[in-house]
Design a binder for this molecule. Structure first.
Ligand code: F6P
Length: 343
């Protein structure tokens, strides 16, 4: 069998571990060959590919962040207008199965290809952990580790200067990183997109903290957080070429509001792409490796139109339709656990 793979959408730690696992499993278990397309769907359209071998170089990418294949985002309209080119390129490369590694957008593309007769298997990735049907995506644990480390560091400087720190983390639609890093880092308040905030309540919670004798505060804010309607003015920054709302600056806005109403010394730290870079954690290396092995085996069993997912302790394959049905948001029960520790 000849397997093709590609990595698409925002990068995350663990992508190379999946590629390595695919190449090794295909070569060693099945005597199959692997070709990688560069820069996500774009490489498939442009027929930009490289043969991947189970050599020393592939073995060593386990610990490397990013993706050796490169990644990119392609507008769904361009993608869909090129079905025949995609099919022709896959036929030309004698590809029997395509393993697409990506987040929600990529997996939607994979499902559309599968619906149109392309033999595809999905592997879910994203630091955001917002892909449905899988308990976790790889990349998330690494991002949470980076954000937690940053919060740990901010505690000491915040306390020394008696300041309130707003820490803005990634999370466009969901607050998984904010919630987990906030919990792990002992944040005094966490703001997530799933729960529209009222800045006066956050302010009161900080005031209560200071009245109790505490002299600093840490508030973690997901970049996609939104105020409860009518509670705070927010400029509309419009949408990008993919129709995504332009984000960034919510931490700063909340901080300015707290500073204005209380006079506290407030600072904002935006973690940004630091959360996506660097080496994967051990958890992400293991999950990514397991996904890669299982996806390759599923390809050899002909389970096309499916995606590997983590369910409890086990890796399973489920139809891609289950994975892309909607975004996986933070369950309120888990947010309430965090709330119990606010202040
Ligand atoms: O989906 C992953 C993610 O890191 C989001 O958390 C973030 O909003 C977005 O990608 C940033 O995208 P870009 O790298 O295009 O700025």
């Amino acid at each position: 069998m000849r397997i093709a793979t590609l990595t698409s959408g925002g990068d995350c730690p663990g992508l190379n571990a999946v590629i390595r696992a695919i190449v090794r499993t295909a070569n060693q278990e099945h005597d199959s060959t692997v070709v990688g397309y560069r820069d996500g769907w774009l490489g498939l359209l442009d027929d930009d590919r490289v043969d991947l071998y189970d050599d020393d170089a592939i073995d060593k990418i386990l610990v490397r962040g990013g993706t050796i294949l490169g990644t990119g985002r392609l507008h769904p309209d361009i993608f869909k207008a090129n079905l025949e080119t995609i099919k022709a390129n896959l036929a030309d490369a004698r590809v029997d199965a395509l393993i697409a590694i990506g987040g929600e957008g990529t997996l939607k593309g994979a499902k559309w290809l599968a619906d149109n007769g392309v033999p595809v298997i999905g592997v879910p990735k994203t630091i955001d952990n917002d892909v449905l049907a899988t308990d976790y995506t790889f990349g998330f644990d690494s991002a949470v580790a980076v954000a937690t480390d940053a919060i740990d560091r901010l505690h000491t400087t915040a306390e020394s200067h008696k300041r309130i720190f707003l820490v803005e983390v990634m999370g466009r639609h969901t607050g998984w990183i904010a919630l987990h890093a906030g919990l792990a880092g002992g944040a005094h308040h966490i703001v997530i997109p799933e729960v529209p905030f009222d800045v006066s309540e956050i302010t009161k919670s900080m005031e209560r903290r200071f009245q109790m004798g505490e002299k600093y505060g840490i508030i973690v804010v997901a970049e996609g957080a939104q105020p409860r309607p009518g509670t705070m003015a927010v400029d509309d920054k419009g949408v990008d070429e993919f129709g995504h709302r332009r984000l960034g600056g919510m931490g700063q806005l909340i901080g300015e509001e707290i500073s204005r109403s209380t006079g506290y010394d407030v600072r904002t730290t935006v973690l940004g792409h630091v959360q996506r870079g660097g080496v994967p954690t051990a958890f992400d290396r293991v999950l990514a490796s397991r996904f890669g092995v299982h996806a390759t085996r599923a390809a050899h069993r002909g389970e096309f139109g499916s995606s590997v997912v983590l369910r409890g302790e086990f890796i399973e394959t489920v139809p891609l339709s289950e994975v892309v049905a909607k975004v996986k948001t933070v369950p309120m029960q888990r947010y309430e656990i965090a709330e119990a520790l606010f202040g």
